[in-house]
Design a protein around this ligand. Sequence first.
Ligand code: F6R
Ligand code: MG
Ligand code: MG
Length: 365
Amino acid sequence: MKITISVLKADVGGLVGHSTMHPDIMKDAGSALEKKKDDGFLIDYRVLHCGDDLELIMTHTHGTDFEGIHQMCWDIFSDCADKAREIGLYGAGQDLLADAFAGNIKGMGPGVAEMEFEERPSEPILIFMADKTSPGAWNLPLFKIFADPMCNPGLILDPKIHDGFTFDVLDLKNNKNIKFNMPEDMYDSLVFIGSTEDYGIRAIYRKKDNEIAAVASTQRLAMMAGRYIGKDDPVMICRSQNGFPSVGEITEPFTHPHLVTGWMRGSHIGPIMPVSFEDAQCVRFDGPPRVICAGFQVKDGNLVGPVDMFDDPAFDNARQTANDVADYLRRHGPFEPHRLSLGDMEYTTLPIVMEKVKDRFKSID
Ligand code: F6R
Ligand code: MG
Ligand code: MG
């Protein structure tokens, strides 16, 4: 049976400030999706949050980029933003950039990751959701999962994935894409995917049969709005086991809380901390950036789960390292590289402040 998994997310309003989500918002989103399940439009759904982002996880048979699914999510996000205004939450409707829905939700603010596949007899999937960071945050873990035998022994040991994977990489600033075959294009690919503000991995396919293995949201809010309006807190979906990397090979990169852009005012680098659903609230310096992972078995499109994958003491050291790195970086205050370079601050509020003093610069011969 061919099913589609759609994960759509938006910041519709925060409690308190940008830290987390009000339970009533999640309830409303859940009731709206329940109706669509009763109508048979959806097979199944779950509502989660990571920090101040509302995460809608849905299964259906309508394929990716289906207008009806996008319209439904836009309506739910809009209603939730209205509710957020009513309750008095912060930044209600923050990620809803358009006034009305126009066919496809991409480019309108919310983040989207969708994949369609023929369901295997047993279909384990992992959905990652992050707050206070940007789509490039997935580049390093995706590289380790799908191209680095130092992280993923399956690339060496398992004949089903030994041929490698194809990375579809998006040039985030120029809206172009390029495909790299791993491992043969590895060195070329790293020129680009190592540059996480400019290039984002948007999908990964198993090379020998082009079967979809992973998808990530690659929307950049600042680029769409032309100004800073919060970061593009990303999501991604990975298929797992029996022809794909195992659950442990997919979660292993998150034992290293790598540095990502985002955090306070979307203007800093900081460690991404893997946390349980319960700890997905961003308080310290509006962060540090968080990632949660929801694990499911999919059966006839039904979502069995979620399992809160990072609710595991084996990630305690990563959390401790993230806290130590956060302490160390914070001591730099407003100095680079903790604060982003001027080029990366182009879409923030910094240029407005720079404008104020520009006439005081005098040329020196
Ligand atoms: C980062 C983020 C927060 C805000 C900060 C200022 O993604 O959401 O760090 O940028 O709290 O928020 P405003 O401008 O809404 O006062
Ligand atoms: Mg927010
Ligand atoms: Mg957010």
